[in-house]
Design a protein around this ligand. Structure first.
Ligand SMILES: [Zn+2]
Length: 594
């Protein structure tokens, strides 16, 4: 909110954009939202790790708010934070996505967004050049490799595969021609600099896989060596302003829709696995690509589905990677199964040799991860000896304990006992003790510090112009308003109304300090549903009763003071005033017998 308020930014365009884009749709591209009440949606916060939804999107006021980490703002802010964009870039991204033409003015872009824009352009141009290389004479070896791996031309095209030639100068020359300064080239991760100052391409003689961010922009590349002498089979771009390895999953931008639709994500290890499995007809595949699975990556998947089928390579390294991933996945509350493929085949090979139907069966029939773990543990220890059983138990215990759902934890504990053949009662007892020590931290929805009448009046003032015009005069005359926690919000509304501009959530929010912005968000979210005129009139009457009570309390104090000071005449006069007020008060309460 702070960002778009000044500095000559295109406010009118921002308003136009915000009124034509629905924040629910935009957020919904990143977060699985479910309706919760008439005017709001809830989901897991994309800005911090959580298992219980505390992230809310308000339909009418078009803002989001997380009650756990405090993230909040309008649709532009959301895109800024989620994509790591500047204000200008977020506007641009939204205007492109939703087809709202942005006024051309050169003054908008700041240095950061200029650099990011240049880096994105360089990646786009590099990808284009790699694709052209692949079809050229130089790309013959790469094409042979692609044919050997059985990739159809449409698959190569779909994934934008390319080839980086042997010259080691192709991109440097291209970027020079297009006028990118050396400093930008170095920051692209695509070009390196030798000690003598000369520049060279990072990728040489490799099959190139473009890596995209979640909104589908190319931000890095993976390169597979084509020469057997090359030490590193796969290399990735170095980290840049665009590319943070631990936050990126390969193919997520293509897979996310299918992941949602099928409510399951298939996680594989490598580029070729993701491509091969997708080509076999499974659209919900992503790859971790050369990094140990990180919390960021799991959260990126979890936003689309909490069900995951992990399908790593069948070798020892793949199994170890799967085992390590389990902890990260469990910590994020994912429901996981481990896909096992027979014949020592990796996912790509399996799809090609056995076909899509066979692969589908393996995915559908995948074991719960704890059975898989139990099998691994059993294979390592002699289960005929008590020592062996204890060793297996000690291995499995912490894994089972890290399951966040208690019922699931107990069920699995029982299953595991049966599976490895130890006494069920004893095992359950151990788990129960451990469970008792766990402190479940639940995220509570904050209770509004505001009174119901206060809340209702605020929401009515923000949403209903007619009621606002009617109520604002009487409200302004009430001293009670000045004693309320929300007094600064009321003041902002009064001021905005006086200024004659639009009075809505955004306008008021923009006039507030952060603490009051939080209060406003809470208020609006707590007061969900239709507010009738009767409700508002009742809230107004309630507020007026408070005013009367306050005035009476003040009078009583003054009467006491006057009496103590011996100003009896004044005390009498005030007491009369109080009496009149109390009679009127009865009338206000609707008693009827004045
Ligand atoms: Zn949060």
């Amino acid at each position: 909110m702070r960002d778009n308020s000044c500095k000559g930014r295109p406010l009118d365009f921002v308003e136009q954009l915000k009124s034509s884009v629905d924040i629910v749709n935009v957020v919904g591209e990143y977060v699985k939202l479910r309706r919760s009440g008439a005017n709001r949606y809830m989901g897991l916060c994309p800005f911090h790790s959580e298992k219980t939804a505390s992230f809310t999107v308000h339909v009418v006021h078009q803002f989001y708010k997380c009650f756990s980490c405090g993230a909040g703002g309008d649709v532009v802010k959301f895109v800024q934070e989620k994509e790591g964009l500047s204000f200008y870039e977020a506007l641009k991204s939204l205007s492109e996505r939703y087809g709202i033409p942005m006024p051309k003015r050169s003054g908008y872009a700041d240095e950061d967004s200029k650099l990011r824009g240049a880096l994105l352009a360089m990646h786009e141009q590099a990808a284009e050049s790699f694709r052209a290389n692949l079809q050229s004479q130089a790309g013959e070896e790469a094409r042979r490799y692609i044919a050997k791996r059985g990739l159809a031309p449409e698959t190569v095209e779909h994934f934008g595969l390319g080839y980086s030639d042997r010259s080691g100068r192709a991109l440097v020359r291209l970027f020079e021609q297009r006028g990118f300064p050396v400093a930008q080239m170095e920051k692209s991760g695509l070009v390196g600099k030798r000690e003598d100052g000369s520049l060279y391409d990072t990728f040489r003689n490799r099959l190139m896989f473009p890596i995209h961010n979640e909104s589908g922009k190319i931000i890095a590349f993976g390169g597979r060596a084509l020469s057997p002498d090359e030490k590193a089979k796969y290399i990735n771009s170095t980290e840049t302003d665009l590319y943070e390895k631990k936050k990126v999953l390969y193919n997520l931008h293509r897979a996310k829709e299918a992941v949602r639709k099928e409510d399951r994500v298939i996680l594989v290890e490598g580029y070729m696995d993701a491509i091969g499995v997708t080509a076999a007809g499974f659209r919900n595949v992503v790859a971790s690509c050369g990094t140990a699975l990180t919390t960021h990556q799991v959260q990126a998947m979890k936003r689309h589905s909490q069900r995951i089928a992990v399908n790593f390579d069948p070798d020892g390294a793949g199994a170890s990677a799967a085992e390590r991933s389990i902890d990260v996945l469990l910590a994020e509350g994912m429901q996981m199964r481990i896909v096992e493929l027979d014949g020592g085949l990796d996912p790509d090979e399996y799809c090609k040799e056995r076909g899509a139907k066979a692969y589908q069966e393996r995915v559908d029939g995948a074991k719960g991860y704890f059975y898989w773990l139990a099998d691994r543990a059993r294979a390592k220890h002699d289960m005929h000896t008590p020592e062996g059983k204890v060793a297996v138990l000690n291995f499995l215990l912490p894994k089972v304990q890290s399951i966040s759902d208690q019922l699931e934890r107990m069920t699995i504990a029982g299953d595991v006992a049966g599976y490895i053949g130890v006494d069920r009662g004893m095992l359950l007892d151990r788990f129960r003790k451990a469970a008792a020590e766990r402190s479940e931290k639940a995220i509570a929805r904050p209770i509004s510090p505001l009174r119901p009448d206060e809340r209702m009046l605020l929401v009515a003032l923000l949403t209903n112009a007619e009621l606002r015009a009617e109520m604002i005069g009487p409200l302004r005359s009430l001293q009670t308003i000045e004693t309320l926690p929300s007094r600064r919000i009321f003041q902002a509304i009064f001021t905005a109304q006086e200024a004659g501009g639009r009075v809505g959530f955004d306008e008021i929010n923009g006039r507030l300090e952060e603490a009051d912005q939080n209060l406003l968000a809470q208020t609006v979210l707590n007061e969900d549903g239709e507010i009738s005129r009767e409700d508002v009139l009742a809230a107004m009457a309630s507020m007026q009763r408070s005013e009367q009570q306050n005035l009476r309390a003040q009078l009583k104090t003054r009467i006491g003071e006057a009496e103590r000071a011996g100003r009896l005449e004044e005390a009498m006069r005030l007491a009369q005033e109080l009496g009149g007020m109390e009679r009127a008060g009865h009338g206000l309460r609707g008693g009827g017998h004045v």
